[in-house]
Ligand binder design. Structure first.
Ligand code: NAI
Length: 487
């Protein structure tokens, strides 16, 4: 294997090899990956494509949180909610049907079918690339050795820690799987409660609030910060907040939760200044914490930071030479696609190839609420705080012909550019979208931000008509100072 001297230093690598205790190992690989989630399986696939011998140690099923308890099942539920909305609103299109009803056990079964199909596909793909999937709990012992279930030891010239994350909990709301749920339990429900309190208005909380409300559940959303979706641009977050209010979701921001008192078949949640709400179930969605318990053995020289995340440099290298960490276990955006990108950085570093580190300020974000949110780059607030004078244009979806046709006019496209000395709009700093299918439209905004393009350059390209993507084109044309439909 080839060491990348800039990353770990050739002398550190030599020292690492010299230091290694000789423990009998049953199998050895170029790379051993602990954890088969999006970070781990992407590292395995990318490494195997480059000709490396790779093993993945996985305690459950490859696919990780994203496939089994996160992105995929949550989006399947949200799609069921979208189908329900479509049927409920069909009469407006002259399509007459009876009012929809939900059988959530069927929704759950369909979700599981989608997950299982993807899991079988991923397992087959990994086996086809000759990746060894070792079933069991992997502990990194140090010196390139990984122990499985406290027994067999396998070794890797390099080791990648990709052990992921777990839902955070809060005192006074101990998860019991009956009254108090995290995303893990919500995604296994076979029956919908009639009312829920969602604690935390981030991506997970808002997606569950949106899905449940659309399926007829009475939702109360309790968020400690002054707004929901706090990391998003204010205009985009406000689109979701307005839609939630219109749909009867009871949103309380700037409130602390104090505890809950079981009552009958449900519980009463106290929050704010002496307020309370009686609900069937509570969903705690206050973030996710890194999972390292039992993953790092006492002799591993891998440092973790004060919050428990594995500390890495921009090449995903940990403090122990030859050991890398990627995905939710490191303190970067907890997104599956960021895990994919980090996997590529780690494998290229292992191969000693030139590496472009992940530019975390410009990664794509997609939130699948109704309406959806998608963005890349700086919010208007962040751009101003960073010292930019900015030019901003917005195109509400209300003026977009395709949005009128599909009957989904809530939302806006907002593009933020750096103001040049002559007052015109220069480099595009941020693209923020809220509205119909914006998660599928972000690609061009992402490209514009990461290409560091100017509105003039992007406005040259034609958007097909009528499409939702015209709103991005219109906004960028407006930024050149000569808008068509946007002033
Ligand atoms: P988050 O960190 O995005 O949001 C948690 C929210 O809970 C914050 O707004 C926080 O202020 C609030 N909060 C914390 N303690 C609270 C308390 N005691 N009372 C009331 N509010 C409280 O975490 P979330 O939504 O759980 O997601 C976890 C991770 O997964 C995030 O990094 C998120 O980006 C990622 N994710 C991304 C998705 C997407 O991009 N579509 C979907 C799901 C998760």
């Amino acid at each position: 294997m080839v060491w990348r001297p800039e990353v770990i230093g050739a002398s550190r690598a030599d020292a690492w090899h010299a230091d290694r205790e000789v423990v009998p190992t049953s199998r050895s690989y170029d790379v051993v990956v602990i954890g088969g989630g999006p970070g781990g399986y992407a590292a395995a696939l990318y490494g195997a494509s480059a000709g490396l011998a790779v093993a993945v140690v996985e305690k459950e099923k490859v696919g990780g949180t994203c496939l089994h308890r996160g992105c995929i099942p949550a989006k399947e539920f949200l799609e069921s909610a979208a189908v329900y909305r479509t049927v409920a609103g069909a009469a407006e299109f002259g399509v007459l049907s009876s009012s929809p009803a939900i059988d959530f056990s069927v929704t759950q079964a369909r979700k599981q079918k989608v997950v299982d199909q993807l899991w079988r596909g991923l397992s087959g793909l990994m086996k086809g690339r000759k990746i060894d999937i070792i079933e069991g709990f992997g502990t990194y012992l140090g010196g390139g050795q990984v122990q499985i279930n406290g027994e067999e030891v396998v070794s890797g010239d390099s080791v990648i820690i990709a052990s992921g994350s777990l839902p955070r909990t809060i005192p006074g709301f101990e998860v019991d799987g009956r009254l108090i749920l995290t995303s893990d339990e919500v995604l296994s429900l076979t029956e919908l409660p009639s009312s829920v309190a969602v604690i935390g208005g981030g991506a997970i909380g808002c997606e569950f609030a949106s899905m449940m409300s659309d399926l007829g559940v009475k939702v109360t959303l309790l968020e400690a910060l002054p707004s929901i979706l706090a990391g998003c641009d204010k205009d985009a977050a406000e689109v979701v907040a307005r839609s939630f209010r219109k749909r009867g979701i009871d949103v309380h921001v700037g409130v602390a939760v104090h505890g809950h008192q079981p009552s009958g078949s449900g519980t009463v949640v106290s929050y704010g200044d002496g307020q309370s709400v009686a609900v069937d179930r509570v969903i705690v969605s206050v973030g996710r914490r890194p999972f390292t318990e039992g993953v790092l053995g006492p002799n591993a020289k891998v440092q973790v930071d004060a919050r428990g995340f594995v500390a890495v440099d921009e090449f995903m290298a940990t403090s122990e030479p030859g050991v890398y960490a990627i995905g939710d276990v490191v303190a970067t955006a907890q997104l599956a696609h960021v895990g994919f990108a980090e996997a590529i950085v780690a494998i290229k570093s292992i191969l000693g190839e030139p590496v472009v580190p992940v530019d975390y300020g410009k990664v794509p974000w997609c939130i699948y609420t109704h309406p959806e949110v998608a963005f890349a780059g700086m919010t208007e607030e962040a751009a101003r705080a960073a010292g930019y004078d900015v030019v901003v244009k917005k195109d509400p979806f209300g003026g977009n012909s395709r949005a009128r046709i599909i009957g989904e006019t809530e939302g806006v496209v907002k593009v933020i550019a750096a103001r040049q000395p002559d007052g015109s709009a220069g480099r595009i700093l941020g693209v923020h979208m809220a509205g119909p299918w914006v998660t599928e439209q972000l690609g061009m905004g992402y490209l514009a931000v990461n290409w560091e393009a100017t509105p003039e350059e992007v406005a040259h390209f034609i958007q097909p008509h009528p499409t939702l993507s015209e709103s991005f084109g219109e906004t960028v044309i407006a930024l050149t100072g000569r808008g068509l439909h946007v002033g």
